[in-house]
Design a protein around this ligand. Structure first.
Ligand SMILES: Nc1ncnc2c1ncn2[C@@H]1O[C@H](COP(=O)(O)O)[C@@H](OP(=O)(O)O)[C@H]1O
Ligand SMILES: [Mg+2]
Length: 391
């Protein structure tokens, strides 16, 4: 038997000891019963949350290593896509591998951004080799995951587990291995975003944000300050949202801003104007009476920052024809919801993650606290109508 035990096994062992009935079932039988009860009751996802935090933190280390090498390299241009490719695939392979290892006897379904199609091509041989090396180096330096080194084929297989279609039945992990690839390449914000769907609902989410300062970024711009960086947000349905440093501080509970006054509310939006209409959000902010300039950062780090009250509003209005994917919002959605916020589409409908790999949306996503939402939706509709009549 292996010397190390997984988070799932150790938490279950603790629970079994707490609930131990000395007269009846064996340890293994009790583990099975508890596991079934845990899943069926939908009351607690502690075990899955612990595994998700571990997987995202390990993947963050791989991404940090690649980004550091990218920024220090004199040779590699920042517009070169290869570092992000290596980090994207490496992050997805690691998270897929770790989750399967944590829950070896459970069905595994993963809805994730990457697949191995390009990596299997002849011209990708070196890239694949580099990914395998990075994955193995990261696993070895972590030291808590009991495994022999992965082969290139193991890496490809782990990546390809991400092809699930998700849906409204059963459990599905949802992963963006690097959200904010453009920010990653610039040396700015990005996130590793992992969530779990159970019967179509997001029940837990984790956002690892390696470049997000632990201190508030309210009214800050995109540049990374000298403050300590590296945040891990985690949320479980009905249990709140917590933040800790990626290098392992105690988690502290966070709450969204409680302001009811739009004049005090600053808002987040994409750094990339191609991802979200900055004109529309500025019109909405004007109507609401928001005074502060927009805070533009990449990735679901926006949801994390909002969940701890750095700003009060997040506006996202993709240009016509773009379809949002569930991995771009699932983790962020629950991180904000469990911190007391609410995310909706532009018509005020709640986000539905049960329809497969895409979100079915009415123009755009708005996120804020419960009190500000009605005024925000009014300003959104007015601005959208004005834009339509001016076309
Ligand atoms: N034209 C577009 N409109 C809206 N979103 C887009 C887009 N092109 C890419 N995206 C999405 O925007 C995400 C980044 O979000 P943000 O703008 O908040 O930084 C990208 O995630 P990836 O970086 O994982 O591909 C991608 O899914
Ligand atoms: Mg993304």
């Amino acid at each position: 038997m292996s010397a190390s035990i997984s988070i799932g096994q150790s938490l279950l062992r603790r629970r079994v000891l707490l609930h131990l009935n000395p007269t009846s079932l064996s340890f293994t039988q009790q583990v099975r019963t508890l596991r079934r009860r845990t899943l069926a009751s939908s009351m607690s996802y502690d075990i899955q949350l612990a595994a998700a935090k571990k997987a995202a933190s390990v993947a963050a280390r791989l991404c940090q290593k690649v980004q550091k090498a990218l920024l220090q390299s004199d040779v590699q241009s920042k517009s070169d896509k290869s570092p992000v490719t290596v980090a994207d695939y490496g992050s997805q392979a690691l998270i897929s591998f770790i989750l399967q290892k944590e829950f070896p006897s459970m069905p595994f379904s993963l809805v994730a951004e990457e697949d191995s199609g390009d990596l299997r091509k002849e011209e990708s041989r070196e890239t694949l080799h580099r990914i395998m090396e990075l994955v193995n180096e990261t696993l070895a330096s972590d030291g808590t995951i009991d495994t022999s080194p992965l082969s290139e084929e193991d890496v490809l297989v782990a990546i390809d587990k991400g092809i699930s279609e998700g849906g409204s039945q059963g459990q599905h992990w949802v992963l963006d291995p690097i959200d904010g690839t453009k920010g990653f390449l610039r040396g700015d914000q990005y996130a590793i975003a992992l969530a779990l769907l159970d019967e179509g609902k997001v029940v837990l989410g984790v956002l690892a944000c390696p470049n997000l300062p632990l201190a508030s970024i309210a009214n800050n711009d995109q540049t990374i300050s000298e403050d300590k960086v590296g945040c891990l947000f985690s949320a479980q349905v009905g249990a709140g949202t917590y933040m800790q440093s990626l290098d392992g501080s105690m988690p502290t509970r966070v709450q969204v801003s409680s302001t009811e006054n739009p004049e005090e509310a600053s808002f987040f939006e994409s750094y990339e104007a191609a991802h979200s209409s900055h004109d529309l959000s500025s019109s909405i902010a004007r109507k609401l009476g928001v005074k502060a300039p927009p805070v533009r950062i990449d990735s679901q780090a926006k949801y994390g920052a909002l969940s701890r009250g750095d700003g009060a509003i997040y506006l996202r209005f993709p240009h016509k024809g773009y379809r949002e994917k569930i991995w771009d919002h699932a983790a962020g959605y629950i991180v904000v919801a469990e911190a007391g916020g609410v995310a909706a589409d532009a018509a005020g409908n709640s986000l539905d993650f049960s329809k497969g790999r895409y979100l079915d949306l009415d123009t755009g996503i708005v996120v804020t606290n419960q009190k500000l939402m009605p005024a925000l939706l009014k300003a959104v509709q007015e601005s959208i109508n004005e834009r339509a009549s001016s076309l």
